[in-house]
Design a protein around this ligand. Structure first.
Ligand code: PLP
Length: 378
């Protein structure tokens, strides 16, 4: 009872701290991550974007299977998706080799990152993560007064797992990792990451965000879900927004030991998903041909971009995903603004006292247009 009262008090305090007129979710989703980006968002150029290279979407999706499922489910959209969520969990459980009690389904994985941030954030203490990384969980935990301990990447813009492990202390409540990492796209050997998760989870739970796992070749796709099957305190999130090309339908899922999933579920509102998204996700799950085609086209378009960056002697992270982070070696704000004037939307991160650009990989034609635009944006 005391715990629930404390939690409610903190939730009210947290929502009172936000400006009126915006939900907590909107605040965090929209939060610019750098001073450069804050300036850009406020500028008149933000509305000019025609080629969207800012959100790591799949420019080729949704797949044929998803399109068919979407058109077939339309006549059932007058119904709540209660039964569909239950069915979807069964499908996921079978696919991932866990039970439905291990699974939470959310409106995108953001939804579940927020719920986890809240579940661990109310415990105060600290959440530890590499920096930079996808900030959603830590932002949410910080709202509930948890501290956010950050560990910089190594010189190759990769997560330094031994440094991360050395920063765990008595107050650390959760460690967040992302492999491949966003915004850098860099990958650390998945077997090393698995050893990290195995070791650390004996002391503190580890959250492994696997939003971009399917961009790796199948032989490299080593999910941390294997550890959950062995009852380790590891939490994994996956999404249909990236390789599956269903970002607009908002479906993601989380896998954890049933007691941990239950703890997070207490911070997750009702049934936020929808019939259309669930049908499309069910049809898309494990579509090897569509994923292989996306990977192939993505690699070609990414190569066009990295060849260009190399020609220009610009430093970039070796990407295993559908985005690349590079140092523009000049005023990042100007680069973003000039690109926006030409209709291209990208993102900016402040890291080690300078702005870094992150560009999502579009189609090859889009990347050709982008490199031409970038050429005149410096
Ligand atoms: N995790 C990572 C690493 C991401 O990059 C993103 C989106 O860009 C998400 C989670 C959230 O995606 P969604 O809410 O669409 O599943």
């Amino acid at each position: 009872m005391q715990n629930r009262r404390d939690w409610l008090k903190k939730a009210l305090m947290a929502s009172a701290a936000l400006p009126l007129g915006a939900s907590l979710g909107e605040q965090l989703m929209a939060a610019p991550v750098s001073e450069t980006e804050r300036r850009f968002m406020r500028s008149r150029y933000a509305g000019l974007i025609k080629v969207r290279l800012g959100s790591n979407e799949n420019p080729y999706g949704p797949s044929e299977r998803a399109r068919k499922a979407i058109s077939e489910i339309i006549s059932e959209t007058n119904r709540y998706p209660f039964q569909s969520v239950t069915e979807f969990k069964k499908v996921l459980a079978e696919y991932e080799g866990v039970t439905p009690d291990h699974i939470l389904v959310g409106a995108g994985s953001s939804d579940l990152l927020c719920a986890t941030g809240s579940a661990f954030g109310v415990e105060e203490g600290a959440v530890l993560s590499p920096n930079p990384t996808f900030p959603m969980l830590m932002n949410y935990a910080s709202v509930y007064s948890a501290l956010w301990d950050k560990v910089d990447l190594n010189d190759k813009l990769e997560i330094d797992y031994s440094l991360l492990a050395s920063r765990i202390h008595g107050g650390t409540r959760l460690v967040y990792i992302c492999n491949p990492n966003n915004p850098t796209g860099t990958l650390v050997d998945p077997t090393l990451v698995r050893s990290f998760c195995e070791d650390i989870s004996g002391t503190v739970p580890v959250f492994a965000d696997e939003a971009y796992l399917e961009f790796l070749e199948p032989s490299q796709q080593l999910s941390m879900i294997a550890l959950i099957r062995r009852d380790k305190e590891v939490i994994v999130s996956r999404t249909f927004s990236k390789i599956y090309g269903l970002a607009g339908l908002r479906i993601g899922y989380l896998i954890a030991r049933p007691d941990i999933a239950k703890k997070i579920a207490r911070h997750h509102p009702g049934i936020p998903t929808n019939q259309v998204g669930l049908a499309a996700a069910t049809a898309s799950l494990g579509d090897k041909d569509f994923m292989a085609l996306t990977r192939k086209k993505n690699a070609v378009a990414r190569k066009h971009l990295t060849n260009y960056l190399e020609k220009k002697n610009l430093i970039y992270g070796e990407s295993h995903t559908n985005f690349v982070m590079f140092d523009p070696n000049t005023d990042g704000h100007q680069v973003v603004t000039r690109l926006a004037e030409k209709g291209f939307g990208i993102r900016v991160w402040d890291y080690k006292s300078k702005p870094w650009c992150r560009v999502s990989i579009g189609t090859l034609d889009e990347m050709k247009m982008f490199t031409r635009a970038l050429d005149s944006a410096f």
